[in-house]
Design a protein around this ligand. Structure first.
Ligand code: SF4
Ligand code: SF4
Length: 381
């Protein structure tokens, strides 16, 4: 049986030429760039922007990685655009803050439209047969996805598969959390999105990853690694190996395999390049248990509210900006906040909360973290 290939490349910093050399080597290990793009093809680069922040915070794909991939694809003759849709606000402001606009301008790569989109039907989707996809994706002939290696409260890992969530424009993304409160359904939707978009190549920035309260407010952690693959399931699985996380705890792994995107089984993955074992970081701060399935019925919901980890606001950090309440997809809101009375802190209503963690993901101050409940801690011991 043919194994999925993942290139593992050591890269110790974000110097432009260092990163360029490392990604060039990775592409050669993957068979050469001509396997993925042809001269004249319109390719859109999809970095992870989430919420444009200083690259040093490691929320976003680093501009040096973006630039190196852009240069290599341009040298291969591709016509490039780029973009990502943040959870809140226009994409241009986010790519500017992330340093990606400057990198793109240097290479003459135009920002594609990720703020609006059109319906795309996906008949073979496992769960989701219809998406609204950003115009910038629909206008391209191919996608090269550039995830950042980060933790995530809901999916454990923000990796290759999760990166395509930003191909859905703006706040439409939040509706998926509402429609699919079960983390396994949500993960299957992400898989469907990937089988619809089918990026040709994934290049993960793990040079400095994010651990802890990811994907936006965690801590930078140097791993010195770049991962490349055309199989996003295998790439995420190797990222899991590096951070010592069971890939079965990442809810996209099994449906990803079922949908034919790839494999998460190590005996079906061939790593090429540097020795993956030399990157393993056992004390990487990540949640090492599977997500809790959503429940229905009053007793089950009552129990869920006492077991599933919950978002908690640190008032010492909160500026009372109200973003958490605005992005909460639940109606009525699971975060009570009065924009006319800024003397009061927002307050979670846990009985309404579906544990999508959008508020934690998008709080600009890192004031929300995910905490185990007392009962949850006892059960998971
Ligand atoms: S988004 Fe964060 S800083 Fe803003 S009100 Fe909510 S908790 Fe406070
Ligand atoms: S309060 Fe936070 S975790 Fe709960 S539903 Fe709203 S955004 Fe999601």
């Amino acid at each position: 049986m043919k194994k999925s290939k993942v290139a593992v490349v050591r890269c110790t910093g974000y110097d432009d030429e260092l990163v360029y050399g490392a990604i060039k080597r990775g592409m050669e290990l993957m068979g050469g760039i001509s396997c993925y793009v042809k001269p004249g093809e319109k390719i859109v680069l999809k970095p992870n922007v989430l919420w444009g922040s200083d690259p040093e915070k490691c929320v976003t794909t680093h501009p040096a990685v973006f630039k190196a991939v852009g240069r290599l694809l341009q040298e291969a003759g591709a016509k490039l655009t780029y973009g990502d849709s943040a959870g809140f606000g226009k994409s241009e402001a986010h790519v500017q803050r992330a340093g990606l606009k400057r990198a793109a301008d240097e290479l003459g790569i135009a920002l594609a439209d990720f703020d609006s989109g059109q319906v795309a039907v996906h008949r073979s989707g496992l769960l989701n047969k219809r998406f609204i996809i950003a115009n910038g994706i629909l206008a391209a002939e191919g996608v090269v996805s550039m995830p950042k290696l980060k933790t995530h409260g809901l999916t454990r890992l923000t990796g290759a598969i999760k990166n395509q969530f930003g191909c859905i424009p703006g706040t439409i993304k939040g509706q998926f959390h509402l429609k699919m409160p079960d983390p396994y359904d949500f993960a299957t939707m992400l898989v469907d999105l990937n089988s619809l978009i089918r990026p040709r190549l994934f290049i993960m920035d793990g040079i400095i990853a994010m651990e802890g309260n990811g994907p936006r407010n965690g801590n930078p952690r140097k791993l010195n690694v770049l991962l490349l693959s055309s199989d996003p399931v295998a790439l995420d699985s190797i990222a899991c190996k590096i951070i010592d996380l069971n890939p079965e705890f990442v809810p996209t792994s099994k449906p990803g395999e079922k949908a034919g995107l790839g494999t998460y089984h190590y005996d079906e993955i061939e790593t090429v390049g540097d020795d993956v074992d030399s990157f393993i970081t056992r004390d990487f701060d990540v949640i090492r248990r599977p997500p809790v399935p959503a429940t229905s019925g009053r007793i089950r919901t009552f129990l869920k509210n006492r077991v599933t980890p919950r978002p908690v606001i640190d008032k010492a950090k909160c500026t009372r900006c109200g973003v958490c309440s605005k992005v909460c997809p639940v109606e009525p809101k699971a975060i009570e906040w009065n924009p006319d009375d800024k003397s009061k802190f927002p307050e979670h209503k846990y009985d309404l909360c579906i544990r999508c963690y959008c508020c934690q993901e998008l709080c600009p101050e890192g004031a929300i973290s995910i905490k185990n409940t007392l009962l949850g801690s006892i059960i998971s011991r």
